[in-house]
Design a binder for this molecule. Structure first.
Ligand SMILES: CC(C)(COP(=O)(O)OP(=O)(O)OC[C@H]1O[C@@H](n2cnc3c(N)ncnc32)[C@H](O)[C@@H]1OP(=O)(O)O)[C@@H](O)C(=O)NCCC(=O)NCCS
Length: 322
């Protein structure tokens, strides 16, 4: 029997506090018009003091488990994509496992910046296809508000906090049709976050905040995402018209629109959350997927293309028959 990973349930969590462009424009020199025109973002959510990547992940995960009809102790594996772990170690996945009050399954994090969820999904897919795991929890959870320099207008307007989760099971029907992941470290200086914890004590740590050359990232992102769409369709012998839904990483509406255009898709077939959530890095795809499944847009049997791009650069895609 061919084994496929199948999507059993989804969940999502957004912190309560909304931060609008209007509010940001009172602290740095920017306007709602500039942010909307260049990014499509109107507001984002900001986590409370008491919250962490693992606490947000727990809420999204419990929701996904409930939708899947599974108890936490039925999980074989937990993989968390995050660039904002609670601690350098142990992994956020271990902390999440403890929050779920289970002790046996393996739990680890994947660091692939904004592509963390797609990389985690790809790993989960391999475990399920190999017959090594039956139930896998895959999470993207991000506390971006603590990574950005709130006095830097070129980055602080872009990001938000949140968590999304999916539970995968095994089936002889597809399922995840394929996943594709790639990296290229030559672009490491275009988008990165320094790690003060790993600096030599005598080394001057200029800043702990996220740094980005936005226009350079933009150009590479648009080209790379065009290529990954072709790669995914070719591998599955599918045409553009066979894709029912695009669930893209939500970094910038202009990048999303360019990918939809490449697929000749109308924006009605694209799940867009960036206006209300900003860029939630590895949480953005599972959050968007959860929203469109719960509101009934994505239906059983439909074909869903997910794609992401982020620091590294690291990028990837997953094609799902839901
Ligand atoms: C960040 C981004 C919105 C900036 O838009 P852009 O059109 O490339 O703008 P630039 O960076 O070239 O800056 C143009 C001008 O706007 C200014 N600017 C930057 N941020 C601004 C803000 N929030 N408000 C007003 N002006 C701003 C710059 O200082 C610059 O001014 P100058 O011409 O006087 O030097 C865009 O590059 C982008 O979205 N890049 C991709 C980022 C991304 O998705 N990263 C995550 C990948 S996962």
């Amino acid at each position: 029997m061919t084994r496929y990973a199948t999507l059993l349930g989804t969940g999502g969590y957004l912190p309560e506090t909304v931060l609008t462009n209007e509010q940001i424009s009172q602290t740095v020199e920017t306007t709602d018009e500039w942010i909307m025109e260049r990014t499509g973002i109107r507001e984002r959510r900001i986590a409370g003091k008491h919250e962490t990547a693992s606490s947000m992940a727990e809420i999204a995960s419990r929701q996904a488990l409930e939708a899947a009809g599974l108890r936490p102790d039925e999980l074989d594996l937990i993989i968390v994509g995050t660039g904002t772990p609670d601690r350098v170690f142990p992994s956020t996945a271990c902390l999440l496992q403890h929050r779920l009050e289970i002790t046996h399954c393996a739990s680890f994090d994947v660091q692939a910046a904004c592509s963390g969820f797609i990389f985690a999904l790809s790993i989960a897919d391999q475990y399920i296809r190999a017959g090594t795991a039956r139930h896998v929890l895959v999470v993207g959870s991000e506390m971006n508000s603590r990574l950005v320099d709130w006095s830097d207008r070129s980055t602080c307007v872009l990001f938000g906090d949140g968590a999304g989760a999916v539970v995968l099971g095994v089936s002889d029907e597809p399922g995840l049709l394929s996943t594709h992941i790639h990296s290229d470290g030559q672009y490491q200086d275009l988008l990165y976050v320094p790690n003060p914890a790993a600096s030599h004590p005598e080394e001057e740590t200029a800043s702990r905040y996220l740094k980005m050359q936005g226009n350079e990232v933009f150009k590479v992102a648009v080209n790379t995402l065009g290529r990954i769409v072709d790669e995914t369709l070719e591998e599955n012998g599918l045409e553009k018209a066979d894709v029912d839904w695009l669930v893209p990483h939500q970094a910038n509406i202009r990048i999303i629109t360019a990918t939809a255009k490449k697929l000749k898709m109308s924006m009605d077939q694209v799940v867009v959350t960036v206006e209300r959530q900003g860029n939630t890095s590895s949480a953005s795809i599972p959050l968007a997927l959860n929203e469109a499944i719960r509101d009934g847009r994505i239906k059983r049997g439909q074909t869903v293309l997910m794609e992401a791009f982020g620091g590294g650069f690291a990028w990837g895609s997953a094609l799902l028959r839901y």
